[in-house]
Design a protein around this ligand. Structure first.
Ligand code: FUL
Length: 484
């Protein structure tokens, strides 16, 4: 009898442990109205990405391809009245785009299937304003198809940008009629082109004819995506991926993926965000003081979108204005290195090719990153460290190594938890501060003055419960001259 009781107690204990351990909130959580601040912190520390969000985050480096009627008119925003006959790339070759991207380490390409001008790059039934009425391939061409096939061939993911704002559609501003057209376009793209991994909904939005304001039917739009392509993430006006808040390649130093800002397409977004005084540009999207006031929380990670040139579309006069390597390296550290995914725009030119100058620069970037991160000077940095607040841990550095860069990663499948940490190096017989920062998240990269250290010590100064540090690395990143 005693034996049985013991067995039952142990099974009961085991089950309750598993249950406590297993509680995570995927993508969204609602705080109980009577939850204490302590309870809220505990809950948000267990907020985690869903599978598409996690896979998206792991890509780190993705490419935007702004291409369309604007490529041929020199505009950044077409008014929807440009003649489709202007669209006539002379040597369009999506394999050239994708090969260059793949070689440079990009994991996905997102094409502007339709920009604000409404010109569609695929054989759509929804409008006459498309490649069908262009001279390119006698109106039989389909850029979406060609890019899709090239992505398949070279093994990178494929995404689409479908501008909600449409300056050509007659129905724009007549909300039900335009929503129908928009969902038709989305359905074509999500049905006829294989797997799509990101759908980008631009927030830019003007008025339709006679000042009519379009009310988008986000509920049906998201429903269409979840039905047709459940593995896809929806960005910006979508609810999986958040716009970082600028177009200059700058992530926040304190970047929470577990945020209090409600996604663009949620019906209660306005109320929630006004109550908390938040918008996409706010400096703080995840602090304890916001948690105290918030009713809900979202796993809504940041994406840094920036163009390699001054414009989003190709303009020949910008051929010598491609960002320098040193600028791109800084952008990488300020985006991927700040818990974000980098979405770098490389616009195809009027030939329908990625320009030589851009291709050269992304290649240089990938060589630089490969060289920097090929030698890890830290010993045993990839053993999971379950770190309590206030805890320190020492790590041995390989002998005689000169270092200036630190990499840290949390296991975000358990939640994002670290609020502040300190890194010291032992040299000249004493511990000296190398760097101190706030959030880590999926990935944090920090650069500091180069030095030779025997060992480093990391202290978790503040954390929302036990932090799961799954990877630490030490590297040497060479200085790049600012004009290169
Ligand atoms: C903005 C657009 O208005 C630009 O043309 C570009 O597409 C950029 C990525 O998003 O909101």
């Amino acid at each position: 009898m005693k034996k049985h009781i013991l067995l039952f107690v142990s099974i009961g204990l085991f089950i309750s442990c598993v249950r406590v351990k297993d509680i995570t909130y995927e993508k969204h959580l609602v705080f109980p109205s009577d939850a204490s601040q302590e309870k809220k912190i505990e809950m948000i520390s267990h907020l985690v990405p869903n599978t598409p969000q996690l896979e998206w985050q792991q890509m780190e480096l993705t490419a935007f391809l702004h291409f369309g009627i604007n490529t041929f008119t020199g505009n950044e925003w077409g008014d929807g009245k440009d003649d489709p006959k202007l669209f006539n790339p002379t040597q369009l070759n999506c394999e050239q785009w994708v090969k260059a991207l793949k070689d440079a380490g990009f994991k996905m390409a997102i094409l502007t299937a339709k920009h604000h001008d409404g010109f569609c790059l695929w054989q759509t039934q929804s409008t006459e304003y498309s490649v069908k009425n262009s001279p390119w391939k006698n109106g039989k061409g389909d850029v979406v198809r060609e890019l899709r096939d090239a992505c398949e061939k070279y093994g990178i993911k494929f995404g689409i940008y479908l501008s909600p704002w449409d300056r050509n559609a007659k129905t724009y501003g007549d909300s039900p009629a335009y929503n129908k057209l928009y969902i038709q376009q989305l359905t074509e793209l999500l049905t006829n082109y294989g797997e799509i991994h990101e759908i980008w909904f631009d927030g830019a939005c003007g008025e339709g004819e006679n000042g009519r304001k379009q009310q988008y039917d986000w509920k049906s739009i998201l429903q269409t995506i979840r039905t047709l392509q459940p593995q896809a993430v929806t960005a910006i006006m979508g609810d999986d991926v958040r716009w970082v808040g600028n177009e200059s390649g700058l992530g926040r130093e304190t970047e929470w993926s577990a945020t209090l800002i409600a996604p663009g397409s949620y019906p209660d977004k306005k109320e929630n965000n006004t109550q908390l005084g938040l918008n996409e540009m706010s400096k703080d999207l995840g602090s304890r003081s916001l948690i105290e006031k918030a009713k809900e929380a979202y796993w809504y990670p940041s994406e840094v979108d920036v163009s390699i040139r001054p414009g989003w579309f190709y303009h020949p006069e910008e051929d010598d204005k491609v960002r320098s390597l040193s600028n791109l390296v800084d952008i990488y550290f300020q985006s991927v290195g700040r818990n974000s995914v980098l979405l770098l725009n490389i616009p195809p030119d009027t030939r329908g090719l990625l320009h030589e100058n851009d291709v050269k620069r992304i290649k240089e970037l990938s060589c630089y990153l490969a060289k920097t991160f090929s030698t890890n000077y830290l010993k045993k940095g990839n053993k999971l460290w379950k770190a309590k607040e206030g805890e320190s841990k020492e790590f041995i550095v390989k002998k005689d190594a000169t270092i200036n860069t630190l990499l840290l990663q949390e296991d975000i499948t358990k939640g994002q938890r670290v609020e502040e940490f300190l890194v010291e190096g032992f040299f000249n017989g004493k511990w000296q501060t190398l760097c101190k920062a706030t959030t880590i998240g999926y990935k944090r990269l920090l650069r500091f003055n180069e030095c030779k250290v025997e060992k480093i010590r990391i202290t978790i100064l503040s954390s929302r419960g036990e932090a799961n540090i799954k990877n630490i690395g030490l590297y040497y990143a060479q200085q790049v001259k600012s004009n290169i």
